[in-house]
Each structure stands twice: as structure tokens, then as C-alpha cells.
Write a protein that binds this ligand. Structure first.
Ligand code: HEM
Length: 382
């Protein structure tokens, strides 16, 4: 498993299928913070060889792929709605969701962490955040799975499904926007509708795009990160016990688990112009894979990078699983809160956690990685 791989120190760049790869912490952050390197999200259809005109016609600017002034404007308008304060408000609800999920497996002392806990966890929270009712959780769960096929290696065979899902979500979101315009509520959608700076506001199309981005960015990432973290703690029982005994370690435990075993393994940039970096000329259009997982183990930045220790201060530099630079995760406060609530609660209610069979991992092809099956046992009745 890549979580235990050694850090390749001797070289700083390698050739890969699309272009090049870098993995040293300094190179990764330099590229992510240099605005001449653009997000490759907008070029996924091209990379995957998608030729379906219906799909290409529907592509529009979204926050993940936008650059320059377009990105700055969007980010400035939406950032306040994603504040740490907005995430704080949801913490009691997060605890309730985790407790309800553990209640279902607690007596048995056995569960599939990926299926029973991680998979269902983010959907109610995203719905609560957006202001969608409980009766629509199932619908969102299906949309989240289907719409995420845009990142699948098999995307070309999933175009009909993706388009259908986009249509359904589009219609749902437009109806919800109209409702909130009439009757504002205390939720993200209302905050996004109200978001205004110097007379500038998001258009309805941009609001729909943001809801899409929240579903794409906020579900699979969180569930996979929780799965990676629990799997990791199952292999470090003394750290799991420590977290159960000292839940105040949760913020640090989340950073350390994300550093040691991040669910977003890397991202991709392309040179928007000719760029000279470390004395190498990267012609405009060159793709570079940016290794977040490897950079998180850079021994020049983190002390004992291959040791998991939720009490140690390993670096003054942040772990990079939320990225860096202008595309730094917009939902990081929410994701951190979700993990900080879930992990100590699971540690307390699933003592003596042990892996109880082979863990099945999702394919590592698209940057987001985590377990699809993770059978475990634990002491029942907590
Ligand atoms: C543990 C969970 C999460 C991880 C590991 C994660 C990771 C990331 C990373 C690495 C990026 C930058 C990608 C790049 O530079 O190419 C990103 C961007 C983004 N994330 Fe997250 N994310 C998580 C949770 C969330 C949540 C909960 C939301 C929404 C509620 C969210 C919304 C977004 C959005 C909208 C962007 C694009 C920001 C921009 O381009 O300006 N993420 N995330």
C-alpha cells in the first residue's frame, strides 16, 4: 500500500503517463502557489478522450477549474459562507449522525467501517449544510455517487449517467434556489444567494455550479479520508486508545492522520505559459502531477515522517492533503470538523478495534483513495 512507501529522495522529477511528476514538499507547494500553473480539472474530458458533444457543450466554468480573475471573484464571493463558524454550528449534528451509525453496529461488535460508517456519513451533513430535507438524503447519496463518475477512469462509458444526474441535480437546485429567494433560511444556499461584494452577486448558474462543487468536493473526499484514518488507527491500537482517552487530541490526530495517510493522493496542474522551474523549461501545456501524499512524508520537512504519532509536533509546515495555493480546499473547515467529531467518537465507542479481514481499496487512478470494504471487530456495547 502506498501509505508505507519510502520517500524517493534522490531525484526530484519523474516522467509519467501524462507528463511529469514532482513530490518534494517545496516543489509541490511552489507549483501549487504559482498562478501560472493551472488546475487540470477543466482538461479532464480531453485527457480522458471524451468526444461526446452533449457533454462537452455542458462544460462551464466551475470553481475547481477556474483561474485568474474569474477564480478570485468566485472565491471572494463564496468564502464567507464556508467559514469555520458555519462548520462549528454543524458539530452537534455531526456527532448525532456518527452516534446513529454506531448504534446500528455497536451490539454486534463488528462492522464494515467503509460501508456502515464512512459511506453514509457525509451525505446528511452536506444536506444539512445546504438546507435539503432528510427525505432527500437517498437522492443526494445517489447523485453524489453518479456525478463523481466524472473522475472515473471509465468516464467515457458513463456519459449518459453523468448527464442525466447533472440534469436532475440542476432542476432540484434551481427549485431550491427559487424557494430560498422567497423564504431565506439559515443554510449555505441562503448564504450563497445573499453573498455580495461591491454590488457583485453570484448568478443562478453560478449558484448551481457551487452546489455541484460542494457535492463533488465534499462527499467522497470526506468518506474516504475517514476510512483511511480508521484503517490507519486499526494498525496503531495505542494511538486509537489514546484518542479515546484524550478526545482533545482530535484536531492534532486529524492533521497527523491526513499527513500520514491522506485520501487525496495528488492533483494535476498544467503550464498555462512556458514556465522555467528549477532550471527546466516546461513548455505551455505540459502536465505535472503534484504528489501531496509523498510531500506529506518529506523527511526534510517532517520529523519521523513514517511514524504515526498524534501527540508529536513534527513540523511548522502544514500537511498538504487539503492542497495549497489558490485552490486550497474551500471546505476544509467543514471537513476538519467532520473528522474531528467522528474520530474520537469512534475511538470511544469502538474500543479494541481490529481489522477482521482483508480491506478492499478503491482504485488509486483519480487522486481520491480509500477503502470500499473494511471489516472490523471491536468491543461491543459502547
Ligand atoms: C477530508 C476531506 C477533504 C479533502 C481531503 C479535500 C481536499 C481538497 C483538495 C486537495 C483540494 C484542491 C485540489 C487542487 O488543488 O487541485 C480541494 C478543493 C476543494 N474542495 Fe475539498 N477536500 C475535502 C473536503 C471538502 C468539503 C467537505 C467540501 C465542501 C463542503 C470541499 C470543497 C472543495 C472545493 C469547492 C474545492 C475547490 C476550491 C477551489 O478551487 O478554489 N472539500 N479539496
Amino acid at each position: 500500500m502506498s501509505a508505507t512507501s519510502a520517500f524517493p529522495r534522490d531525484a526530484w522529477i519523474a516522467k509519467n503517463l501524462f507528463g511529469f511528476a514532482v513530490w518534494h514538499y517545496d516543489d509541490v507547494t511552489s507549483i501549487l502557489r504559482d498562478k501560472r500553473w493551472h488546475s487540470a480539472t477543466s482538461r479532464i474530458p480531453e485527457i480522458m478522450g471524451v468526444t461526446d458533444q452533449r457533454f462537452l457543450d455542458r462544460q462551464q466554468v466551475n470553481i475547481l477549474s477556474a483561474e485568474g480573475d474569474v477564480h478570485t471573484r468566485l472565491r471572494r464571493l463564496v468564502a464567507p459562507a464556508f467559514s469555520p463558524r458555519a462548520a462549528e454550528k454543524l458539530r452537534p449534528f455531526m456527532r448525532q449522525v456518527v452516534n446513529d451509525l454506531v448504534d446500528k453496529v455497536s451490539a454486534a461488535g463488528a462492522a464494515d467501517i467503509a460501508v456502515d460508517i464512512c459511506e453514509p456519513y457525509p451525505i446528511p451533513i452536506i444536506c444539512e449544510l445546504l438546507g435539503a430535507p432528510k427525505s432527500d438524503w437517498q437522492l443526494f447519496s445517489r447523485w453524489a455517487n453518479d456525478i463523481l463518475e466524472v473522475f472515473s477512469l471509465d468516464m467515457n462509458n458513463k456519459i449518459d449517467l453523468i448527464l442525466r444526474t447533472q440534469d436532475e441535480l440542476d432542476a432540484y437546485t434551481r427549485a431550491m434556489i427559487a424557494e430560498r429567494r422567497d423564504q431565506p433560511a439559515d443554510d449555505l444556499l441562503t448564504a450563497l444567494i445573499a453573498a455580495e461584494e461591491a454590488g457583485d452577486k453570484l448568478t443562478t448558474d453560478e449558484l448551481v455550479m457551487m452546489v455541484n462543487a460542494v457535492i463533488i468536493g465534499g462527499t467522497d473526499t470526506t468518506r474516504n479520508q475517514l476510512g483511511c484514518a480508521v484503517g490507519l488507527f486499526a494498525e496503531h491500537p495505542e494511538q486509537w486508545k489514546l484518542l479515546a482517552e484524550q478526545p482533545e487530541l482530535a484536531p492534532h490526530a486529524v492533521e497527523e492522520a491526513m499527513r500520514y495517510f491522506g485520501a487525496v493522493r495528488g492533483t494535476v496542474r498544467f503550464a498555462s505559459v512556458d514556465i522555467e522551474f528549477r532550471d527546466v523549461l516546461f513548455p505551455a501545456g505540459t502536465f505535472v502531477s503534484v504528489g501531496l501524499a509523498e510531500a506529506n512524508r518529506d523527511p526534510g520537512v517532517f520529523t519521523d515522517p513514517t511514524v504515526l504519532d498524534i501527540t508529536a509536533h513534527k513540523s511548522n509546515q502544514p500537511q498538504l492533503t487539503f492542497g495549497s495555493g489558490i485552490h486550497y480546499c474551500l471546505g476544509q473547515a467543514l471537513a476538519r470538523a467532520e473528522l474531528q467529531e467522528a474520530l474520537p467518537l469512534l475511538a470511544r465507542r469502538m474500543p479494541n478495534l481490529q481489522l477482521a479481514g482483508p480491506t478492499e481499496w478503491k482504485p488509486d487512478g483519480v487522486g481520491i483513495f480509500g477503502p470500499s470494504r473494511m471489516p472490523v471487530t471491536f468491543d461491543p456495547g459502547n
